[in-house]
Design a protein around this ligand. Structure first.
Ligand code: COA
Length: 175
């Protein structure tokens, strides 16, 4: 029989990632996940070994701002093992987006490793809307840095943040 806490865990799903920055592909998965679960916890990876454009605090703040009118969607930073973080939040479900066959192998490895680390975990794969299957955070950064438009690919607030970040970077490199 499930304990109350375990049953409570069923009510929320964790959506982990680097979100450097969050794109409309991620937003799509979060919103669709929110139709399946009463609560979605967006878990932002803090990885000191990975150089990111935006700091962990920035990435968390941007996502909180995007979903500020949806109390059902929470955002938290995490470090260390995802399996431990999910357990510490008394959750059982991890949501991941599968954009293309190329995602499959890596995702399968992660899901199986997470299950090995915490057998209570289930990874639920969702397909992003077809219009976002080509999208990734790196591509967004690259296109933006080279002067291309990312309109419609990221929330407006992220477009603004990208502009500010690249402006600050070019100012500091020219001094
Ligand atoms: N729409 C658009 N882009 C998407 C997407 C979607 N629905 N889903 C994933 N992506 C993109 C991301 O933008 C990212 O692009 P980038 O590589 O160009 O930056 C790429 O796919 C993968 O990113 P993400 O989904 O953020 O995964 P990740 O590989 O950065 O992080 C974690 C995956 C955080 C889940 C994983 O690293 C982890 O669990 N780390 C904690 C340590 C741990 O537990 N390790 C053992 C794992 S078994």
């Amino acid at each position: 029989m499930r304990t109350m806490e375990q049953s409570k865990g069923m009510e929320q799903a964790v959506y982990p990632g680097s979100f450097d920055p969050i794109t409309n592909g991620h937003v799509d998965i979060i919103l669709r996940g929110a139709q399946l679960f009463p609560r979605i916890l967006v878990a932002v990876l803090e990885n000191p070994k990975k150089a990111t454009l935006f700091t962990t605090d920035e990435r968390v703040a941007f996502i909180r701002d995007i979903f500020k009118d949806r109390p059902q969607i929470e955002v938290e930073a995490f470090h260390g093992l995802l399996a431990d973080f999910v357990r510490s939040r008394r959750a059982r479900i991890i949501i991941r987006g599968l954009r293309a066959v190329s995602d499959f192998e890596y995702e399968m490895q992660m899901a199986q490793m997470n299950q090995q680390l915490n057998p209570d975990l289930e990874t639920l794969f969702m397909m992003p809307s077809a219009r976002y299957t080509f999208l990734s955070s790196s591509l967004v950064k690259e296109v933006f840095a080279l002067g291309g438009s990312v309109r419609g690919l990221v929330p407006e607030t992220i477009e603004r943040r990208l502009r500010e970040k690249f402006k600050a970077q070019s100012e500091s490199s020219s001094t």
